[in-house]
Design a protein around this ligand. Structure first.
Ligand SMILES: Nc1nc2c(c(=O)[nH]1)N[C@H]1C(S)=C(S)[C@@H](COP(=O)(O)OP(=O)(O)OC[C@H]3O[C@@H](n4cnc5c(=O)[nH]c(N)nc54)[C@H](O)[C@@H]3O)O[C@H]1N2
Ligand SMILES: Nc1nc2c(c(=O)[nH]1)N[C@H]1C(S)=C(S)[C@@H](COP(=O)(O)OP(=O)(O)OC[C@H]3O[C@@H](n4cnc5c(=O)[nH]c(N)nc54)[C@H](O)[C@@H]3O)O[C@H]1N2
Ligand code: SF4
Ligand SMILES: [Mo]
Length: 674
């Protein structure tokens, strides 16, 4: 904390689910936060936040902020509540939980934690609350909604999900931005890309949508959704045609090359062109460039893997630097998420578990709530907005409407999910609680010191769970550890990358780089697999087609639903200025597809499939190819026309690995609104 007369500057970190985890400075005057800006001294943030979080202070003071515990008085979904005291809330919670555990066992509780904050102390990366759930024997919540298929795919190839240090893109000579919208979903990487460009690097965006990132790239390949593995195989095919494979790297550091080489041979550019919709000559040209440009850095993020073949796509893309030997070079390799490099492990105190418990999967909420054999009787939602964010919204809504389901929601704002709560508990925001963070797009740990007192009766996640534990009469001392004690425990692991990083140092300096060697070449000398080598996909493991490859049913258009520029998932989609800037919820449609359906630009349309329908404004656009339509995630259903957002259209269907969700792999049709 730096003191300047009556003003204090407090160092903190952005808690949101964004790779950049910015370091920020809150200026506090007379107990009130008056200014928020990016920390200019932090090497990744370099002083800038983003269009969303520039409004974070305004958001903490918003008129619709939930400030007191609430009890439902209307029917489920009506959003009618009365204010109650914390004592009343805790009494009711203790009574209901005890009765549920007595009758159905602890596993009838689903602790549904989301990505509202990624903090290690208050949020999902540390599995905040898990100590309490273990003490109660609650079901295990598998938070797989975001990046799991890709993580599993990468791990099968490399032994770990972590890859390049994103800062090393400054040294790349060819950069593939693959299924990633850098300028929207984590823009701080752009500085490093620009550095590479000023030294002559060529930047290629591979995306079904011509995004604002694609606009800024040197080249855009408009790939058909879900066909990335075929493109990756064809690029490697050209590398082999050029004789440019790194034979020494293949020999020394990889396993399974003969089978994988045969797989590559099945996908010459002509075959991949048919599958991906990218002209054969463009595939060949990029293949030649890849063959002869070292280092090539591939930024491939979550967009690629929200498909039924998404895990395989990442597994195959990860094979590219195994063939080119790019892992030897600074600026070469693949960067998906750096979270695998963070040696902090959630300390969830498994010894508190009375017996092994079942796992309930975040991407399968509708299915879980419909289970009558082993019913969920308490849904405890925190830092999540499933009615806005999870698949198959109509079935989720039906589950939440169950009268016999006791639903508690810890929230900052009156979301659609809150409308279905029995009890609502007011939650602190980032300027009001302590937390420890790591980026998933950089190599730093970040500290968040509270800057101001919580408004109303808001409590942090940790304090809420301490109070619930006390009301339930639980005795294990670890349930009552303070936030600073938890921070010390999280950092106590004996790992070289944490050397010299203490709570005291983080509180003083605000951030610390993980103490890996710098420059960081994670796989130059081997891989963290059992064999110590990169494991190539086996015969037949090369390409899993998307749903849209079999569009012979009534729904013909492949829908992708990526990040919105002005929201962060559903966070900020109630901020009037950011809603205004987003414009009406809309869908981009190719002019031929619009014409075929007699639709015109600016018209309100029904977008529908067997799961449901959503009302959107149609925008005729050359940003998508024929057969592909695109909208964005994040709008609040109740603030949208028709009371639904695009997740009414998304199947509750698994990707090929880790039961990841298929947000960009659904078929729809469009018709005029009646
Ligand atoms: N502004 C903003 N930033 C965000 C978020 C947000 O909601 N808003 N969300 C945050 C979160 S939770 C996450 S996980 C990340 C996600 O950010 P990203 O990793 O960027 O993922 P998406 O936004 O899902 O998709 C990225 C791009 O992939 C494209 N895409 C879709 N399908 C395919 C495909 O089959 N192949 C290829 N090559 N491309 C495809 C989409 O059109 C999109 O432009 O961003 C974070 N940052
Ligand atoms: N169609 C479509 N849907 C998607 C995606 C997509 O690409 N397309 N992407 C998916 C992805 S990548 C993700 S990660 C998920 C995200 O899905 P969720 O994890 O449900 O995240 P959000 O919808 O942002 O809801 C987070 C909520 O947490 C609250 N919150 C924030 N901080 C705190 C806190 O400290 N304490 C408490 N108690 N609450 C807090 C916020 O107010 C917000 O309402 O959405 C997925 N949904
Ligand atoms: S959302 Fe991302 S870019 Fe914006 S402040 Fe947070 S970490 Fe930084
Ligand atoms: Mo995410």
């Amino acid at each position: 904390m730096l003191c300047m007369s009556r003003e204090l500057n407090v160092l903190g970190a952005c808690p949101l689910d964004c790779p950049d985890t910015c370091s920020w400075v809150v200026t506090v005057r007379d107990g009130e936060a008056v200014r928020l800006r990016g920390n200019p001294g932090q090497p990744y943030t370099k002083g800038a936040l983003c269009v969303k979080v520039n409004r974070y202070l305004e958001h903490t003071k918003a008129a619709d902020r939930i400030l007191y515990p609430l009890r439902r008085v209307g029917p489920k979904g009506s959003g009618r509540f009365e204010r109650i005291t914390w004592d009343e809330a805790l009494d009711e919670i203790a009574e209901r939980l005890t009765a549920i555990i007595d009758e159905y066992g602890g596993e009838a509780i689903w602790p549904y934690q989301g990505t509202g904050t990624l903090g290690y102390i208050q949020g999902e990366t540390g599995q905040a609350g898990r100590r309490l759930w273990n003490a109660l024997g609650a079901s295990y919540h598998d938070l797989n909604i975001c990046s799991r298929a890709g993580n599993v795919g990468l791990t099968r190839t490399n032994g770990a999900p972590g890859g390049m240090d994103p800062e090393s893109f400054a040294h790349s000579r060819l950069i593939l931005l693959w299924g990633t919208n850098t300028l929207t979903s984590g823009h701080h990487l752009w500085k490093f890309i620009q550095q590479a460009r000023s030294a002559g690097a060529h930047v290629v965006a591979i995306d079904p949508v011509r995004t604002r990132t694609a606009d800024q790239a040197d080249e855009h390949l408009a790939i058909r959704p879900g066909t990335d593995a075929a493109l990756a195989l064809a690029l490697m095919h050209v590398v082999l045609d050029e004789g440019a494979q790194d034979r020494e790297f293949l020999e020394k550091h990889t396993n399974g090359w003969p089978d994988f080489e045969r797989e590559i041979r099945k996908y010459p550019p002509s075959v991949a062109a048919e599958i991906t919709g990218i002209p054969e000559q463009d595939i060949r040209a990029l293949g030649v460039r890849l063959a002869h440009t070292r280092p090539t850095g591939i930024r491939a993020t979550m967009g690629i893997q929200r498909h039924q073949g998404g895990g395989t796509a990442m597994r195959v893309i990860a094979a590219i630097p195994g063939v080119t030997g790019d892992w030897r070079h600074l600026g070469g390799g693949v960067a998906y998420s750096t979270s695998g490099h963070v040696p902090i492990r959630a300390d969830v105190r498994l010894e508190l578990l009375p017996h092994p418990v079942r796992t309930l999967t975040m991407t399968r909420l509708a299915e879980g709530l419909a289970d009558t054999e082993h019913p969920v009787k308490c849904l405890w939602v925190y830092a999540a907005n499933p009615l806005g964010s999870t698949s198959d919204q109509n079935r989720v809504r039906a589950g939440l409407a169950r009268e016999d389901l006791f639903t508690v929601v810890m929230e900052q704002f009156p979301t659609d999910t809150v409308d279905y709560a029995d009890i609502v508990l007011p939650a602190t925001m980032q300027t009001e609680h302590i937390d420890l963070h790591a980026g998933y797009g950089h190599m730093y740990l970040m500290w968040n010191e509270p800057a101001v007192a919580p408004p109303g009766e808001c409590l942090s996640t940790t304090e809420t769970f301490r109070r619930v534990a006390r009301r339930l009469g639980l005795t294990d001392p670890s349930l009552y550890d303070s936030d600073l004690e938890i921070a010390g425990q999280l950092l106590s692991r004996d790992h070289p990358a944490l050397a010299g990083i203490t709570v005291e140092r983080l509180r003083r300096e605000g951030w610390a780089r993980l103490t890996y060697p710098d420059p960081f070449l994670p796989f130059a000398d081997g891989f963290p697999t059992r064999s110590g080598k990169l494991e190539f996909p086996g015969a037949g493991e090369g390409y899993v087609p998307p749903l849209s490859a079999s569009a012979d049913g009534p729904y013909k258009l492949a829908l992708v639903t990526p990040a919105a520029h002005t929201f962060l998932n559903t966070v900020f989609a109630n901020n009037p200025e950011l809603v205004r800037r987003a414009g009406a919820p809309h869908i981009l449609v190719h002019e031929k597809d619009a014409a075929d359906r007699g639709l015109s630009d600016g018209q309100r349309v029904r977008v529908f499939n067997g799961n449901g329908e959503v009302t959107l404004e149609l925008r005729v656009s050359d940003r998508v190819a024929q057969g592909v339509v695109a909208t964005t995630k994040g709008n609040w259903p109740k603030l949208s026309p028709g009371g639904a957002n695009v997740n009414v259209l998304v199947d509750e269907r698994d990707a090929d690995m880790g039961r990841g969700a298929v947000y960009h792999d659904n078929l729809v049709e469009i018709a005029p609104l009646p």
